[in-house]
Design a protein around this ligand. Structure first.
Ligand code: FAD
Length: 427
């Protein structure tokens, strides 16, 4: 076992994955989590593993949605308020809504996704994960949406992701649970799903079996910096010595990053789920209702309806109308939904970056700290590869994928030679 003691802060999918891969390669690891394991965004998300995915900022995203951005029942909602960090974030987001960024970011997301999909297959044997590689169906009601979905599929094909177009009449044959007329659907075979909370717990169990220690209900309140390095992480109980630190605390990451002199533009993007007893006619595979932006996943014996994006600050207040939107939207396609008994309602905060890419890299001014956050809508998908990359970097000093474009300092204030968004070309 190496003498390096690595402290991982955050027990979501990213932190648990990092602890697992670090412990597996012989590192001495302690994970500190302020609440219970998977008590953040990793608990009740849709659990879909989507290796081929486009980033959220796309040409026209802002202006196309401007009409209903401030309407609390729209899928993408911004609660109107004066919040400088949100205004800066939206500005940077808008700057990233262009074709070259879309192509570059899609390529990067696909590269991460593909590497993670390989790990998901391995995790079935290695940690007993119940990962189901059944593919994913994206359903479009209108011709216009279907055409746009076909264009997306084409872009993903260029990045190596195969898909199959289904005409309206074929959709019901393919997935009999869908009981309405639709314009068409795209089937992505290289996708899957799992129970996301179970994924985190299985990472933790496997990490502990390799010697990692998990301390729950232990918030990190500060980082003690000595001679340009973090010497210890501070909790209410103790100061824990650390040779290396992984900041994997999702939407909370900017708070501790500030202690390192680093501004991380991560906004909390609230999403909801509604879990129902599984209706008799439920889809057998993960489904995305594209117009409604609802993710339907048949997890274990229940059906999870998840989605919506709400920028309303750092809080877990539930807006009932947004949960009802999930039920109403899904009922259009799945007639068993209105009668199905409700199991749970949940919301949490996705760590959203303005360029739609995660932040994975070392803090330049404090080089024994690694940041791993900002996975937005793809943290389950990219959790395994993120943990593995961080472990490679800490253990071997190099990574199997190029992380230049994901480095944390890409958001530094624009200088004379970079564009105004602060998103510099990192490729
Ligand atoms: C409705 C919804 C649906 C989604 N569906 C999908 C999907 O289908 N597929 C997909 O890939 N992704 C999906 N996501 C996104 C995914 O859930 C997130 O990207 C992912 O969970 C982020 O993981 P994380 O480990 O970075 O953060 P989190 O899970 O939020 O974990 C961070 C942890 O850090 C802890 N923490 C914070 N500060 C401290 C501190 N100071 N000290 C100690 N601990 C601390 C928190 O308590 C928390 O447990 C969805 C999200 C939502 C909301």
């Amino acid at each position: 076992m190496s003498n390096t003691h690595t402290v991982v802060i955050g027990g979501g999918v990213v932190g648990a994955s990092a602890a697992y891969y670090l412990a597996k390669q012989g590192n001495d690891v302690t994970l500190l989590e302020q609440g219970e394991l998977a008590s953040g965004c990793s608990q009740g998300n849709a659990g879909q593993v989507t290796p081929g995915h486009l980033p959220l900022p796309q040409p026209g995203t802002m202006w196309r949605n401007l009409r209903w951005l401030f309407k609390s029942t729209s899928p993408l909602y911004i609660a109107p308020r004066l919040d400088l960090s949100l205004i800066q974030w939206l500005w940077s987001f808008n700057q990233a809504c262009n074709e070259p960024h879309l192509r570059k970011a899609t390529r990067i997301l696909c590269e991460l996704g593909e590497a993670s999909a390989t790990l998901f297959d391995q995790l079935v044997d290695d940690i007993g994960l119940r990962y189901q590689n059944k593919g994913r169906l994206e359903i479009c009601r209108s011709e216009k949406t279907f055409l746009a979905a076909c264009e997306e599929a084409e872009l993903l094909r260029e990045c190596g992701f195969e898909s199959r177009r289904l005409a309206g009449g074929e959709v019901q044959q393919f997935e009999p649970a869908i009981q309405t007329d639709v314009a068409g659907a795209i089937y992505y075979p290289n996708s899957g799903f799992c129970n996301p909370q179970e994924l985190v717990k299985q990472f933790a169990t496997a990490a502990e079996a390799c010697g990692a220690k998990f301390k729950l209900n232990t918030p990190v309140t500060d980082l003690r910096i000595e001679r340009g390095r973090v010497a210890a992480v501070v909790t209410p109980q103790e100061e824990m010595k650390a040779d290396a630190v992984v900041l994997a605390c999702g939407s909370w990451a900017p708070r501790l990053a500030q202690r390192l002199g680093m501004r991380l533009p991560v906004q909390p993007g609230k999403g909801y789920h509604l879990d129902l007893e599984r209706p008799e006619a439920a889809p057998a595979m993960p489904v995305v209702l594209v117009e409604e932006r609802i993710f339907v996943t048949p997890i274990d014996d229940f059906l999870r309806l998840a989605g919506t994006m709400e920028f309303s600050g750092f809080n877990l207040r539930q807006r009932p109308a947004r949960i009802e939107m999930l039920a109403a939207g899904a009922s259009r396609y799945l007639p068993g939904v209105p009668q199905a008994l409700e199991r749970s309602r949940w919301c949490h905060l996705r760590p959203m970056t303005p360029d739609g890419l995660p932040i994975i890299g070392r803090v330049p001014q404090v080089p024994n700290v690694w940041i791993a956050t900002g996975h937005g809508m793809l943290g389950v998908t990219q959790g395994p590869i993120t943990g593995k990359l961080v472990a490679e970097w800490i253990g071997e000093g190099k990574t199997s994928l190029d992380l230049t474009a994901l480095r944390p300092e890409r958001f530094r204030r624009a200088g004379r030679n970079s564009n105004e968004s602060g998103i510099t070309d990192a490729a």
